[in-house]
Write a protein that binds this ligand. Structure first.
Ligand code: ATP
Length: 375
């Protein structure tokens, strides 16, 4: 087992793309850590650098305290599972699973025993062990790739969107399974995804990345409830957060000409006249059919059925504000309603730099340790 430390890692590709920009990060031993961000933010480059498949321009990578920055992939003691599983098509399932052992010179009998025992834990057994990958479903192939990485007994697992080829239902099942497996094995895991729901569901902690940098390094719960900046606020959440231009007033905010109260702790950090962005998740905006003081009055324009809840879009002055409501309280299109964001869930960001008002800045990251290898 090992922790993983990234210190000031920079990777500039030929042509000048700065895929990683002085990135630092410390992942604890046994932690399930997700790297999340939009396409092109540098997630895969970071994972490939940890694996030894990319050479950074500067910075260090440590696994279990050992500097592996210049070591080849095979000397890093880590196993990587890719989106396309990268199974060997001409080998049987059993031989695929036990391949890391063959590379280490382990004998045939022990390899077969390992393939059978690891396979069993992933429900790959019996005749399936003697099939070729081409004769398996996508979900089965994914389990074979996982079994191979487990057979390797690495210090660190690196996963690059390993579930993205599965259909929606199988993906949910595989997600639960993967989380349980990681808990049982206790192997430090770095998991790349652009799917925020997957990161929230799986990770102990996560880094939200943008353009080669970390915008927030935190627990899933904090990234969801207390996004440190507008970028993270807009990226996380299945229904996008309301991000509404507002102005600080005496005692509250002016939002589209309406007055809204904000907690004292936030107001103390802002000056009257400051241009800010109010952040409120639709799940934490209540909808009332009767007029409330200090609320956002408006007209219902769109209703969307989300299953248990409905998403209501309300025109408030020249803004559109969204709120979720339970099925028994869904208003009609055209109704006048009053919206009130829950005070304890309300967020305020500065318009100029997009950082949160009234919250401590994101803690600077300290770096130390790591160790991987390739399966
Ligand atoms: P995705 O979710 O689309 O896989 P990502 O966050 O994993 O995206 P990376 O693949 O790490 O992003 O790419 C980061 C940036 O580096 C992108 O702008 C990409 O175009 C660029 N890049 C990646 N590999 C190379 C390469 N071999 N040569 C030049 N530029 C590259």
């Amino acid at each position: 087992m090992a922790d993983l430390e990234i210190r000031g890692l920079t990777k500039v590709f030929p042509g000048g793309v700065r895929a990683l920009d002085e990135l630092s990060l410390h992942i604890e031993d046994g932690e399930f850590f997700a790297l999340l961000g939009p396409s092109g933010c540098g997630k895969t480059t970071l994972l490939r650098s940890i694996a030894g498949l990319e050479t950074p321009n500067s910075g260090k990578i440590l696994i279990g305290g050992r500097d592996v920055t210049r070591l080849p992939p095979g000397a890093r003691d880590l196993a990587m599972v890719f989106q396309d599983y990268a199974l060997y098509p001409h080998m049987t399932v059993a031989d695929n699973i036990a391949y890391p052992l063959k590379v280490r010179g382990v004998g045939r009998k022990e390899r077969r025993d390992t393939a059978e025992s690891v396979g069993r834990s992933l429900q790959i057994q019996g005749a399936m062990l003697d099939r070729r990958p081409g004769q398996l479903s996508g979900g089965q192939q994914q389990r074979v790739a996982l079994a191979r990485s487990i057979a390797y007994r690495p210090h660190v697992f690196l996963f690059d969107e390993p579930l993205s080829n599965l259909d929606a239902r199988l993906r949910l099942e595989a997600r639960t399974f993967l989380k349980q497996l990681q808990r049982d094995l206790g192997v430090t895991t770095v998991y790349v995804t652009h799917d925020q729901a997957e990161a929230l569901a799986l990770a102990d902690r996560m880094a939200v990345m943008e353009q080669g940098r970390i915008r927030q390094l935190d627990t899933p719960s904090n990234c969801f409830l207390r996004p440190a900046n507008i970028f993270v606020a807009g990226f996380i959440g299945s229904t996008p957060m309301n991000l509404l231009p507002a102005t600080v007033q005496d005692g509250g905010l002016d939002v589209a000409g309406r007055k809204l109260l904000i907690p004292d702790a936030i107001r103390a950090q802002a000056k009257v006249g400051d241009a800010v962005i109010l952040g409120a998740r639709p799940e934490y905006v209540s909808v009332s059919a009767t007029e409330l003081p200090d609320s956002l009055g408006g007209i219902v324009r769109v209703l969307e059925n989300l299953g248990v809840d409905s998403l209501v879009t309300v025109e408030v002055g020249d803004l559109l504000v969204k709120a979720t409501v339970p099925e028994e309280r869904v208003p009609a299109v055209g109704d006048q309603v009053w919206l009130q964001p829950a005070q304890g869930r309300l967020l305020v960001y500065r318009q100029d730099d997009g950082e949160q008002v009234g919250a401590p800045p994101v803690a600077p990251i300290e770096a130390p340790a790591l160790a991987p290898q390739a399966g």
